[in-house]
Design a protein around this ligand. Structure first.
Ligand code: IMP
Length: 197
C-alpha cells in the first residue's frame, strides 16, 4: 500500500520507512509531485493535522498522513501550542521563539511543559489520530547544539540533558514524535482493509 506523508522533511520520512513493514511504501509530498505550502489555520494541533491530511487527500485521492507538533507550557495556559512554529512571528525563527518563550516565562516558578505530536492518518476514507506526548520542563539557559526548535531549552522528564544535548537516537527513544509514530506503525502493521472497514 502506498501512503503519502504530508512533509518534505526527509529525516522524518526515513524514520518511518525504517519501522514500517514491506507492505507499505511512503512518499514525500515532493515524490508525489505536490508543491504547496499546506495551511495551518486552526486553533488546535489536532485540527491542523487533520487539515493537512485532508488537503493532500483532496489533491491526490490517495491514502496519506500528516503530523503537527506543539510545545505546551503549563504556566502559559498551553502556549505556544499550536503557534509553536510562528510564536515570535511569521519568519519562524527558532531563536526568536525561544527568546519570547523565556520572556513570557520569566518570574514564573512553574516551568513544566510538554511537546505534543498528533498524526492524522486518512486511510480508506477514514481518519485515525495518534498522539505522542513528552513531558519535561523549560530551563532558563540554552544547552546543546543538536535538534531544532525549542530543543536547547527543553529537558525531558527523567533526564538531565536537553533534547539539544542528546544524539538523534537518544531523542528518538523518548520523543513525542517517536511515540506518535510508534502508534501509527503498530496500527498500520496490523491493518487489513477487510476487517477495518
Ligand atoms: P512541526 O509541526 O513539527 O513543524 O512543529 C512546529 C514547531 O514546533 C516547530 O517549528 C518547532 O519550533 C517546534 N517543534 C516541533 N517538534 C519539536 C521538537 O522535537 N523539538 C523542538 N521543537 C519542536
Amino acid at each position: 500500500m502506498e501512503l503519502i506523508f504530508a512533509t518534505n522533511n526527509q529525516h522524518k520520512v526515513e524514520e518511518i520507512r525504517a519501522v514500517l513493514d514491506d507492505n507499505f511504501s511512503i512518499l514525500t509530498l515532493k515524490e508525489a509531485g505536490i508543491d504547496i505550502d499546506i495551511p495551518e489555520p486552526h486553533d488546535t494541533i489536532e485540527a491542523n493535522a487533520s487539515e493537512k491530511s485532508s488537503v493532500i487527500h483532496q489533491l491526490t485521492g490517495k491514502n496519506c498522513f500528516s503530523e503537527d507538533t506543539g510545545l505546551e507550557c503549563e504556566a502559559l495556559n498551553g502556549a505556544p501550542g499550536v503557534k509553536s512554529a510562528r510564536y515570535a512571528g511569521e519568519h519562524k525563527s527558532f531563536q526568536d521563539n525561544i527568546d519570547l518563550l523565556q520572556k513570557n516565562l520569566s518570574g514564573k516558578s512553574n516551568r513544566k511543559a510538554q511537546f505534543k505530536t498528533i498524526i492524522s492518518l486518512l486511510l480508506d476514507n477514514k481518519e485515525y489520530l495518534f498522539e505522542g506526548i513528552c513531558k519535561g520542563q523549560i530551563i532558563e539557559e540554552q544547552r546543546g547544539k543538536g535538534g531544532f526548535g525549542y530543543d536547547p531549552v527543553f529537558v525531558p522528564e527523567g533526564s538531565t540533558l536537553t533534547f539539544a544535548q542528546m544524539s538523534m537516537e537518544e531523542k528518538s527513544k523518548i520523543s513525542h514524535r517517536a511515540k506518535a509514530v510508534k502508534k501509527l506503525v503498530e496500527f498500520l502493521n496490523n491493518y487489513t482493509p477487510s476487517t477495518n472497514n
